[in-house]
Design a binder for this molecule. Structure first.
Ligand SMILES: [Zn+2]
Length: 280
């Protein structure tokens, strides 16, 4: 039996993404650091970020970064009644779409998010209303780990680590050293993702902008990594999941508008948008 795994654009097995919250002044400096190292970030704004529409376009969107929802009033969804949670997400989405002139479907849970259900709510209810509000993914927190797995549930997307995790540099080194080639056992050849999050004001407060500089510098030296926003990763995974396979697995059709890569027994195939490829 063959082993088949998704590969990121250009056949890469690893991706990296960043997620930073609150729309604070330091986000501009952070975006400039990402630009310098050809990395991409998702910036999660409330409905009152400190940037004008022109600044959002200039420092973030035109550079390929993503703006995502973070709650109009930054309310923890687990601690608000559903109708309040719905309003907080929807108001934020409408306001940010107006300011950005783009469709915004990503989110990072504000505050304690879904880690506490202090108002007798449930994750199922929150996931259901986010789905109805067309929020396709949402980042959660407090489960730092070095598995570097893609989420099975994009509405509870657990990052690898906060940048303040004392082991962050070990995580980065471990990620860079991962061998996902055909030389290793098939079960560990899944595509991997390093996902780092935080708040840019923490770099000001802790006086450690050099930390994010060194993380970015280290990652930028690897040519094995796809640097993407949260949404680019989400959309790429959807395109991979939407591939059609013949019953014997020898034909693969890509109905999406995105070229998709896959690894079959160590050989990487590109399935171009709209085409059917024979896998021998
Ligand atoms: Zn926040």
């Amino acid at each position: 039996m063959r082993s088949i795994f998704m590969r990121y654009p250009s056949g890469k097995a690893k991706a990296v993404t960043f997620s930073y919250d609150d729309g604070v002044p330091g986000d501009k400096r952070l975006a400039e650091i990402f630009d310098r190292y050809s990395l991409k970030g998702t910036f999660n704004f409330t409905s009152t970020p400190c940037f004008s529409s022109e600044e959002i376009e200039k420092y973030f969107l035109s550079k390929g970064h993503e703006i995502a929802v973070h709650g109009a009033f930054h309310r923890a969804n687990g601690n608000t009644r559903p109708i309040e949670g719905i309003r907080d997400v929807l108001d934020c989405r409408i306001e940010l779409e107006k300011r950005c002139g783009r469709i915004i479907r990503g989110m990072a849970y504000p505050d304690t998010g879904i880690t506490r259900m202090g108002n007798f709510g449930s994750y199922e209810t929150i996931k259901s209303y986010l789905t109805e509000l067309d929020i396709v993914y949402s980042r959660t927190l407090a489960g730092d780990n070095d598995a570097f797995e893609l989420p099975s549930d994009f509405h509870a997307w657990m990052p690898s680590a906060h940048h303040k995790n004392p082991q962050i540099m070990e995580y980065v080194d471990k990620f860079l050293a991962l061998d996902l080639s055909e030389n290793v056992y098939h079960a560990i050849r899944t595509p991997r993702l390093l996902y780092i999050w935080g708040h840019s004001f923490e770099f000001d407060r802790d006086g450690n902008w050099d930390l994010i500089e060194s993380i970015c510098e280290k990652l930028s030296k690897s040519d094995e990594i796809w640097a993407a926003t949260n949404m680019e990763i989400y959309e790429y995974v959807q395109a991979y999941k939407n591939l059609s396979h013949s019953a014997d697995g020898h034909l693969v059709y890509n109905p999406s508008l995105t070229d998709v890569w896959m690894d079959v027994d160590g050989r990487v195939y590109m399935i171009p948008s709209g085409e059917t490829v024979r896998i021998d």
